[in-house]
Design a binder for this molecule. Structure first.
Ligand code: NAD
Length: 337
């Protein structure tokens, strides 16, 4: 795409802090002159029978048509008996891999200075298959589904990602010693794909040991690929290594070339509507979206403005120990641009 022809992208501001941080992204993108026209879609107020969730059919059609979008967090009420919005999106749009880069931000000191890893989470099955039921009163059952097709697909994505991004190692994270059939199949698929990439070092690490190693020395890892639930947990752990959920972006990759970027964090109801949220994670997700669109110049400009604002230390949100509001921090980034 030429950088002068506007590209239409879907925007889901989402729930909780979502609209506040989405506003920040819109401001920063406009200031940087990013040629994007946003097609905004809000979560509906009643269940759409065509999606069986509060997500409207039109919003899913918008992503299918544009093939690119940015998503704010969406709240999932516990025990309300309707399909999770995030699960609906992942299933309906076949968003099979979730890529979560996690790296130390220069200028923001944490216990580690050298975190630079990528978690790649299988996004469609595992414990998130939505197959839970009550067997008899007091006994419930949840099915963990692992398929050869989805495991090969995410493993292939992880190795391809490693090769095309100059990465040297892929670690498959598992608990196959206990879940021999499910995680066993996942590992078998990773091994098969690894054989096609002899230039990439392949290893297998049991999830509990992986947690210990990550906390002790995150530099031991490069690209990590894993089933759905482990990916959910490990990526929050990784966020903690670099300063918290306010900082970590992600991008969902679908078949048919769909890319839907989103922050790793949720809707943060405890700080919603208070102008306190850190928009960095959603902004960096926006940067991932721009790189996907090959708008590299604008991506780098915005990335540097965010890093420089945080490094300068004058404007930081409360999660990073500062006292700036979302709008003040956003304005500081715009001034850097
Ligand atoms: P959460 O990520 O919303 O919040 C965890 C903690 O991190 C809170 O203290 C919150 O204030 C803080 N935090 C998160 N993002 C922040 C930001 N940008 N700036 C500053 N602080 C931030 O997790 P939760 O409370 O477990 O979940 C709340 C809701 O979000 C739930 O309904 C959950 O299902 C949903 N959720 C959605 C997504 C998604 O849409 N992808 C992901 C995770 C959780």
């Amino acid at each position: 795409c030429s950088s002068t022809t506007p590209i239409t992208a879907t925007l889901f501001p989402g729930d909780g802090i979502g609209p506040e941080i989405a506003e920040s992204v819109k401001k920063v993108f406009t200031t940087a002159g990013v040629p994007i026209d946003w097609e905004e879609h809000y979560v509906g107020t009643e269940i759409d029978p065509r999606t069986q969730s509060f997500l409207t059919w039109e919003s899913l059609e918008s992503v299918r048509r544009n093939k690119v979008g940015l998503k704010g967090p969406m709240a999932t009420p516990i025990g309300k008996g309707h399909r999770s919005l995030n699960l609906t999106l992942r299933k309906e749009l076949n968003l099979y891999a979730n890529v979560r880069p996690c790296y130390s931000l220069p200028g923001y000191k944490t216990r580690y200075d050298d975190v630079n890893l990528i978690t790649i989470r299988e996004n469609t099955e595992g414990e998130y298959s939505g197959l839970e039921h009550q067997v008899v009163r007091g006994v419930v059952e949840s099915l963990k589904i692992i398929t050869r097709q989805a495991s090969l697909r995410v493993a292939e994505y992880a190795f391809h990602y490693a090769k095309t991004h100059g990465r040297e190692r892929v670690s498959a994270i598992h608990k196959a010693n206990i879940m021999q059939k499910t995680d066993g199949l996942f590992l078998k698929c990773c091994r098969e794909v690894a054989e096609k990439y002899p230039e990439i070092t392949y290893e297998e690490v049991v999830i509990d040991n992986c947690c210990m190693m990550l906390v002790k020395n995150p530099a031991l890892f490069d690209v990590l690929v894993m089933p759905n639930l482990y990916g959910d947990i490990i990526s929050d752990l990784c966020a903690g290594l670099v300063g918290g959920l306010g900082l970590t972006p992600s991008c969902n990759i679908g078949e048919d070339g769909v890319a839907l970027a989103e922050a790793v964090h949720g809707s943060a109801p405890d700080i919603a509507g208070k102008n306190l949220a850190n928009p960095t994670a959603l902004l960096l997700s926006g940067v991932m979206m721009l790189r996907h669109l090959k708008l590299n110049e604008q991506a780098e400009q915005i990335h540097s403005a965010i890093i420089n604002t945080i490094a300068e230390g004058k404007y930081r949100t409360a999660d990073l120990g500062g006292s700036s509001t979302t709008t003040d921090f956003t304005k500081a980034i715009c001034d850097h641009l």
